[in-house]
Design a protein around this ligand. Structure first.
Ligand code: SAH
Length: 399
């Protein structure tokens, strides 16, 4: 095993301000010099220009150079550290009665900065935990974290699947391999509010499912009765399955990926076998919206992938949201409901609202905001890290 050196980063004068407010990132431009030659993922201590300790965390190459794990000098980053942090995340979910019962065993256990574990995501699907590293540091420490996770979860899970091939910066020569770190559970059916879903943690997007839309799917169920529903960008068909249970007259699911359409059909069949109210189409969103009949749907869900992965893509992203939503406003039946979302971190609430407002205005329809939606409690936002608020949604009544 490699011996652990203590590396030190010294900040430029005044660059400690955000750390004093417990913001968990150090940008490369704030660093004056580094003592030693840390490798990506090593633990590094951060000092002010006055040589005062201020934080410690994982270092990496890139604009975010250090992700803070602790603001205390005496706190060691070891298996016990991971156990304490994971326990705190677990306790919060238990405290809020999220997950952990047979009707609802799908939830996010660790939401990165929101759980004071920058760069780490853990989703629980029944008896399997899917762990994802978004930073080299979390990758380097994955075995220690998996051990701690097994301690905390005890016999409530029997497998830990690691899935970081597509989430780590490619610059880091880490070659993460997806695979089980513990156990080998192949039963991939998880339950959310009593509905069953096949979770494709082997090949699916993110950790296999969009856990973050749970409460928004449940809200849609309340409005589904008797409606003709379009679920655009359906992926696993989450919104569609809830719409079916809510008593929709008809549900159409659309996604450009044939795999997503297969998964949607499987999930519908799992919950509503032989129900003819549902049909899924593999087609591009814009093409489908162009050719669909005017006034056919009276509830439309638009939940596109992140249009802006970075700040510099913001303008194009906003234009994308405008165009997409304008098509829905144009064609939705009078008295219809539009559930519209953005999961781009770079697009904030005001940007998003302006894009939707502009889209509505181009069609001249009367539009009222009924609900303003966000991510659920198992995707908490660290109050010192407002960037963690990424999911935005509006439910609109279109006259
Ligand atoms: N609403 C889903 C998550 C959507 S993820 C849920 O609740 O789980 C975004 C989806 O959009 C992906 O499945 C992706 O395949 C699909 N997609 C991306 N570009 C598209 C396009 N141009 N037209 C249709 N679907 C698209």
């Amino acid at each position: 095993m490699k011996t652990k050196h203590m590396y030190k980063a010294y900040l430029k004068p005044g660059k400690e301000e955000s750390l004093k407010r417990f913001h968990p990132w150090v940008f490369s431009g704030a660093i004056a010099r580094i003592e030693g030659q840390p490798e990506e993922g090593d633990i590094i201590e951060v000092y002010t220009a006055q040589n005062e300790f201020i934080a410690k965390g994982h270092c990496q190459i890139g604009s975010i150079a250090i992700r803070v794990l602790s603001f205390r000098q005496d706190e060691k980053i070891d298996r016990d550290f991971w156990r304490r942090k994971l326990q705190a995340a677990y306790d919060m979910r238990r405290n809020l009665h999220i997950g952990g019962n047979p009707a609802n065993d799908t939830y996010r256990l660790v939401h990165g900065e929101g759980d004071n574990l920058p760069g780490l995501v853990v989703d629980i699907y029944g008896r399997t935990a899917v762990m994802q590293a978004h930073s080299p540091g979390m990758h380097v420490d994955r075995m220690e974290i998996a051990d701690a996770l097994a301690d905390v979860m005890g016999d409530t899970i029997d497998s830990i699947y690691y899935k970081s091939e597509s989430t780590l910066p490619y610059k880091a020569d880490l070659y993460p391999e997806n695979g089980f770190l513990k156990g080998s559970n192949t039963d991939n059916v998880a339950t959310e509010y009593g509905l069953k879903f096949h979770i494709d943690w082997l090949k699916g997007q993110k950790t296999g499912f969009f856990v973050d839309q749970r409460e928004n799917r449940a809200l849609l169920e309340r409005y589904a009765h008797g409606r003709t529903i379009l679920n655009m960008f359906c992926y696993t068909g989450g919104f569609s399955v809830y719409a079916m249970r809510g008593g929709a007259r008809l549900v159409h699911s659309v996604d450009s990926s044939a795999k997503a359409i297969d998964l949607t059909n499987k999930n519908i069949a799992l919950n509503f076998p032989d129900d003819t109210r549902h049909t899924a189409y593999a087609e591009d969103a814009f093409k489908y919206l162009d050719r669909m009949e005017n006034g056919f749907y009276d509830l439309i869900v638009l939940d596109p992938p992140a249009f802006a992965k970075h700040r510099d893509a913001l303008r194009n992203a906003l234009q994308g949201y405008r165009k997409l939503n304008a098509k829905a406003f144009e064609k939705i039946k009078p008295g219809g409901l539009l559930f519209t979302f953005s999961c781009s971190q770079a697009v904030d609430k005001d940007h998003f609202r302006t894009a939707i407002f502009t889209a509505a205005a181009t069609t001249g329809r009367n539009v009222r905001i009924l609900h303003q939606l966000t991510q659920p409690a198992d995707h908490p936002v660290n109050i010192y890290h407002p960037e963690g608020e990424y999911l935005k949604g509006l439910v609109l009544y279109v006259e």
